[in-house]
Design a protein around this ligand. Sequence first.
Ligand SMILES: [Zn+2]
Length: 271
Amino acid sequence: RWQIAIKQRSEAKEATIKSIIWQTRRTGRVTPVLEIEPIELSGATVGRVTAHHAGNVKALQLGKGAVITVERSGEVIPKIVAVIKKASRTQIAKNCASCSCALTWQRDFLICTNHSDCPAQVENTLEHFFKIHGQVDGFGSKSIEKLVAAGVDTLEKIYDSSEEDFQEAGFGPGQSKNLRTELDRSLQVETEDWRFLGAFGIPQLGRGDSRRLLQHMRLNDLAKVTKEEIMAVEGFAEISSADIVGGLTKKWPTIKHMLSLGFNLSETPLL
Ligand SMILES: [Zn+2]
């Protein structure tokens, strides 16, 4: 199947794997990025290729010295489409690169289950909020990393920080002022309630599902929503509804605190 696919696509090339970098994502999934000897592909130099999940690394026997075929289509990160030569030793991470916790398997994925104390997960969760909320500048990965290292590791703490607090966390006076101004602006600028809800990164409750849910209930009602009430909304199955209730219960103290700050939210029209 792969051979046929390669013939039809012109943007595929062979590459040798130098090493595998294991990245801990927001959800705790630890995903493999293959570092390769750089190749030219569709006019760009490619040095990294995604292998999607640990199951692939195991099944395809990837590791240092393995030769793979790499494809790049459009702007997406290049991916592996075939294995020419397997590695003599498969490289699977045993511990989280961010918090050192032992990783566990969940189907094809390696998971760091240290969700609340793993710096990578904490940072990615905070970054996710600002990215999805989409109204604030200045809270990219570098700033978040600095804040988390200084112990400002929750949305509550970030929003409660003054200019002086940001300076204490290691930011210069100008940037500290900007960060505080940006936070204030994020409260004032009108934001859809489904975007706000989707920004908390609750499993099964991204922007699309948040919007569908808020067409049937108000944001404040979610504090006490039941699995059955979510299942009554079209498109929500039992398992994902249970996940959503679990996620809301865990996140509600944060959501409640954020709501108390007075975000200017526009309500999704009820159906
Ligand atoms: Zn971790």
